[in-house]
Design a protein around this ligand. Structure first.
Ligand code: 5GP
Ligand code: ZN
Length: 140
């Protein structure tokens, strides 16, 4: 529990939420500021700030529940599709520092999340990055 964390307060029942799924270590609830009807959040109850802070067994448990939660949300909202989104750090839009996954129901042409513009590599940059990431991953 992090004292000033909104999602920890939700987990503890100090702040109300519209709960859609709960088990021992996982909670899912409706987002207060939805990007589309049915937009919900799936979180571990334990406080971890970002994806890489979260223990892998807990992350695996959370991930294993995502398909069923998404399936229910999509069926109820009659969505054509959905985005699964996980923001990490301010530069990527994370405002609540308790790891969370959005499920955002989508309809054809809704324009909610537009296609990002590709940013092509400079000559040699792709090869350099690939080699560096391969090496880095071996040390993690
Ligand atoms: P972030 O920008 O950190 O990736 O996403 C945080 C999400 O949490 C936002 O979509 C925001 O609407 C939602 N949120 C923030 N505070 C509350 C709250 O008190 N209750 C609920 N249900 N959602 C919240
Ligand atoms: Zn928290």
């Amino acid at each position: 529990m992090a004292g000033d964390c909104i999602f920890c307060k939700i987990v503890n029942g100090d702040i109300p939420c519209s709960k859609i799924y709960e088990e021992q270590r996982i909670l899912a609830f409706m987002d207060i500021n939805p990007l589309s009807p049915g937009h919900c959040l799936v979180i571990p109850k334990e406080h971890h700030a970002t994806l890489i802070d979260c223990p892998s067994d807990l992350l695996a448990e959370l991930a294993s529940r995502l398909p069923a939660i998404a399936q229910a949300v999509i069926a109820v909202t009659n969505a054509d599709g959905y985005n699964l989104l996980n923001n990490n750090h301010r530069s990527a839009g994370q405002l609540v520092d308790h790891v969370h996954f959005y499920i955002i129901p989508r309809k054809q042409g809704d324009g909610i999340i537009s296609h990002a513009k590709p940013s092509p590599y400079a000559p040699g940059q792709l090869e350099k990055l690939t080699t560096a990431i391969l090496a880095k991953l071996k040390s993690i």
